[in-house]
Design a protein around this ligand. Structure first.
Ligand SMILES: C[S@@+](CC[C@H](N)C(=O)[O-])C[C@H]1O[C@@H](n2cnc3c(N)ncnc32)[C@H](O)[C@@H]1O
Length: 507
């Protein structure tokens, strides 16, 4: 067997993500989530087990802040608490990874490490790799804005193949303020079983690759449901037989199929794994426990269990069709008003997202319509022109003044915190410090309250105070230019009779 088949293509083994387009974030003290666990020597679960508040929100405890100190069990990414794993050569799917010990359902298996790059860079790289003829794709999506590329730097997780009936899954965790991707067991996995997860929605391979997972419900291609896959333009090359079905043993019936498949395993000893091949790359798995299997001895690999396929539940938040406003109305939006459109809490990160770029989504979903908060502006003067009561007009003007003040305070705050927002947009695009978000929320609430007071005052005074004489008003019952439609048959008609009808009562 030549060198190319004997070893995987060289790559640098890392156990921490390498940030290529930005710096690693420094977690701010105010953003550290501290749990309320207390270590109890008689109960190992007490030190940040399944009921730890941080575990429940997929957040690792921060060393030095966790009340359980060194007993804390919720620092698995940070401490690289991986399962024992074994690299092996599959039939037809290149290299794969198998469990070298029994793994429990839910157990953290390994982190998917690589270079953290922007999604744009991921697209470029995927195209470049395809042009360069790389058959294996190692880019997975981290979030809407970033991807992890394990092509030239990565952890052993880069060798985990895809299955449409996987025994593992990816989960995102917040570790010291950064989102990291872990491979977790979906079920109990016996030693010797190949590990696999469903690449759908994670897949950023440029090329369409026929799936050889062998599952009865196989979708046919890798990542057939993912975004990267749909954008790919791939021409199947005639000579490309690597992933052809012919290369895979076919069993006519269950009796024909051996209970365990003997596969060629690569069983490097630790020194070999860490050996520098002189090219600047380290082959294999430094930092791992020595592999259990003796050198060159064939190992038995259990086929993946045939479980019903579980579809990834990922929902793309593509704005829907529920926009009741006209194109004109949308165009009237100023950029600033749309900048302050949305603050959403991010349960995985416990931070807040201040969306200053409403058009951002469209870059990723070119066909998606952006959902903007269009609000009709009320022409206050046109309303007060219709009211005979000076007090009513004064009340509305005063509410309007408060609303304007709150709006300008929000604008000023935006200018003040824009550097922080923009820094985080560039860095993670996903979060800003809690203190910034809190200020923002407070100012937004003040503005909303002021708006509410203003509109309440308008409605109250329109319905409960006398109007000016009809010849001083616009078309009867309809204030066309301000978007408020006065009730034609109820209030106005009653008012002309000298009474105002409210909820069916006559005053
Ligand atoms: C993340 S790598 C996995 C490790 C890879 N097998 C190797 O040898 O380095 C993903 C690549 O493995 C191959 N692969 C993974 N799962 C596969 C499957 N179910 N069927 C066919 N090829 C698969 C594809 O070439 C894919 O681009």
């Amino acid at each position: 067997m030549d060198q190319q088949n004997e070893w995987p293509a060289p790559y640098k083994h890392i156990e921490r993500n390498d940030f290529v387009h930005r710096k690693h974030k420094k977690q701010k003290e105010e953003d550290i989530a501290v749990c309320v666990c207390r270590y109890d020597a008689n109960d190992p679960e007490s030190a940040c087990g399944g009921s730890c508040l941080n575990v429940l929100t997929s957040t690792e405890c921060t060393p030095g802040y966790c009340p359980c100190g060194n007993f804390c069990k919720n620092q698995k990414f940070q401490k690289c608490e991986y399962a024992k794993l074994q690299l092996f050569k599959t039939e037809g799917r290149g290299w794969g990874l198998l469990a070298a010990e029994d793994i429990k359902a839910g157990q953290f298996v390994i982190e998917y490490c690589g270079e953290v790059i922007s999604c744009q860079e991921a697209k470029w790289r995927a195209q470049r790799y395809e042009v360069e003829g790389l058959k294996d794709a190692f880019i997975i999506s981290l979030d809407a804005y970033e991807s992890i590329d394990a092509t030239s730097k990565g952890s052993l997780a880069r060798f985990i193949n895809h299955s449409c009936q996987p025994n593992c899954e990816t989960r995102k965790w917040n570790v010291l303020g950064e989102v990291r991707v872990g491979i977790f067991a979906k079920q109990d996995i016996n030693a010797g079983t190949e590990l696999a997860y469903d690449y759908n929605f994670e897949w950023y391979g440029g090329a369409k690759v026929r799936c050889l997972c062998g599952a009865p419900s196989c979708s046919g291609f890798l990542g057939a449901k993912s975004r990267g896959f749909q954008e790919a333009t791939y021409l199947w090359e005639d000579g490309d037989t690597r992933y052809s079905i012919e290369n895979v043993p076919v069993y006519d019936s269950e009796e024909d199929e051996p209970a365990t498949k003997i596969l060629k395993a690569i069983v490097p000893v630790k020194d070999e794994m860490m050996a520098d091949d002189g090219s600047g790359y380290l082959l294999g798995v430094d930092g791992m426990e020595p592999i259990l299997f003796p050198h060159s001895q064939p190992i038995s690999v259990e086929p993946l269990n045939s479980l019903p396929m579980e579809m990834d539940g990922l929902k793309n938040e593509i704005p829907g069709e529920d926009n009741n406003y006209s194109e004109d109305a949308q165009q009237r939006l100023t950029q600033k008003s749309t900048m302050i459109s949305r603050i959403r809490s991010n349960s995985a990160c416990r931070n807040y997202h201040i969306d200053s770029s409403p058009t951002k989504n469209s870059a990723f979903y070119p066909n998606a319509k952006s959902k903007t908060n269009v609000r009709r502006q009320v022409n206050i003067k046109s309303v007060t022109d219709r009211l005979a009561s000076e007090d009513a007009c004064q009340e509305i003007f005063s509410c309007e003044e408060s609303r304007n003040l709150a709006a300008s305070q929000l604008d000023a705050l935006y200018d003040e915190i824009r550097p922080a927002i923009e820094e985080h947009e560039r860095d993670t695009q996903d979060s800003v410090p809690t203190s910034v978000a809190e200020k923002w929320i407070e100012a937004s609430c003040n503005k909303l309250k002021a708006e509410f007071d203003l509109y309440s005052s308008i409605i109250k005074n329109i319905t409960c105070t006398p109007r000016r004489a009809e010849n001083n008003m616009g078309p009867q019952g309809v204030a066309t230019e301000n978007g408020i439609k006065l009730l034609e048959n109820g209030i106005v008609k009653s008012e002309m009779q000298g009474v105002v009808s409210l909820n069916g009562s006559t005053f």
